[in-house]
Design a protein around this ligand. Sequence first.
Ligand code: ADP
Ligand code: MG
Length: 536
Amino acid sequence: MDIVGNVLPQVLKDEATEDKGEMARLQSFVGAIAVADLVKTTLGPKGMDKILKPTGPGQEMTHITVTNDGATILKSMYVENPAAKILIEISKTQDEEVGDGTTTVAVLAGELLREGEKLIQKRIHPQHVIAGWRIARDVALKRLRDISTENDINSQEFHDDLVKIARTTLSSKLITSDRNYFADLCVKAVLRLKGSSNLDYIQIIKLPGGTIRDSYLDDGFILKKQITIGCKRRIENAKILVANTAMDYDKIKIYGTKVKVNSMDKVAEIEAAEKEKMKHKVDKILKYQPTVFVNRQLIYNYPEQLLADSGITVIEHADFEGMERVAAATGAEILSTFDAPERSQQVLGHCDLIEEIMIGEEKMIKFTGCKKNEACTIVLRGASTHILDEVDRSIHDALCVLITTVKNKRVVWGGGNSEMQMAAACEEEAKKVQGKQAFAIEAFARALRQIPTIICDNGGYDSAELIQNFKVELQKGNNTCGLNMTDGTIGNMSELGVKECLRVKEQALMAASEAAELIMRVDNIVKCAPRKRERA
Ligand code: ADP
Ligand code: MG
């Protein structure tokens, strides 16, 4: 038997012996909580910023990022721990799905796990915890939906809601003092979309220089390119052909092929043939009768000359995104062959005016009165690229949330109101549930309540007192109360105008509880009895 005693514990290879159940569980909890704690201090309107600095050889001079955005911070983190990775993943998903609430989701998942850990220490089996959490999540979700309100999409109230939501989203970011200005700007941009959710129509151009307040919304589309020399600088009633085709072989450019010639004349002959081919292509393009020709690729002098001579304005080397946007905004099709001039009506884009403009010190091309009138451009100005990048991220968040709100229409009060209400619902439920699951439901409520607690803490306020007062106010039936982060009191959210989109909260709740459950359960599988390593 001695032999068995010696051999059995060595079933796994040496490297694998570290993987004890207890350790694995602890590791995933610690990892997830550590990640949540890292972004915790950025939560809320008084949250702090983080500097992200790339490391490694040759990276010393690279661009650093200053940000308050949970998803941006988490995305750039390099982690080993699998549970930490799950948290980063849900934050990313939140960013892609709804654009905001990226910190909330990670923090909530972390707090859930912190509570879960305590329950496990009290010898409550993870399955009971999960069962309780599921009940709690459903109850919370129901309450969340019950307290949300909806206004008619064309009403002034809805418009006001949008401005308030934009303001709340922007309030934790770098541009706090300018948030009213940018909230209006974002709402105007989103309302132009008329319900479409294509963010491509809203283009953001960042130009260092000036101050943040010099940023503006330009109706129309701006392409960061220049009109080729020798062409008209102002075209009214433009018919635009957008192409992605090679226009750069009027000179010999044959790779991987050997051409042997005896004299220079022969070279000239080949060149002439190439030129002829080019001319043929240009002729085909001319059949479409455009007045403006936009190409993704380079255009060499010869075809450029041919086009310019026919009175066509040429824009070459438009980058792909820019070109796709031109096509979307003007209603053009992107062509690469030109064999169907009879379809010219369908494939040509249209806009009222194309002109060259100056923004700051840069020349750009502006398309006004596009066929698809939704397109517009937000021009961001600011002292440094760091500021511009953060403003860009914040505006992107706001735009996403606004688009989601236009789709979903339902809104809830911010400032911790929804979390406190959900927590209250869970606590009421816990009183009705028999068995150990009730502990888990209570734990869920505590985790939810951590969100407003952390927002308070980040503002330097006494969270214990504020949260208690908050509870009492809600108990009294004051359904619009919430954190007043300017005075450090419990205020009225409808007076302060702090609103949030229901979808953001829903998504955060679902994703956080799912992730917490996942980490909890994975642990349950791993949790086989720790192997004893002592030698008999
Ligand atoms: P996230 O990345 O999760 O969106 P934020 O840092 O944007 O994190 O913080 C969002 C939280 O801050 C929300 O719970 C919101 O209700 C709260 N909040 C935002 N603005 C205010 C405000 N002016 N007063 C009180 N709470 C606010
Ligand atoms: Mg936010």
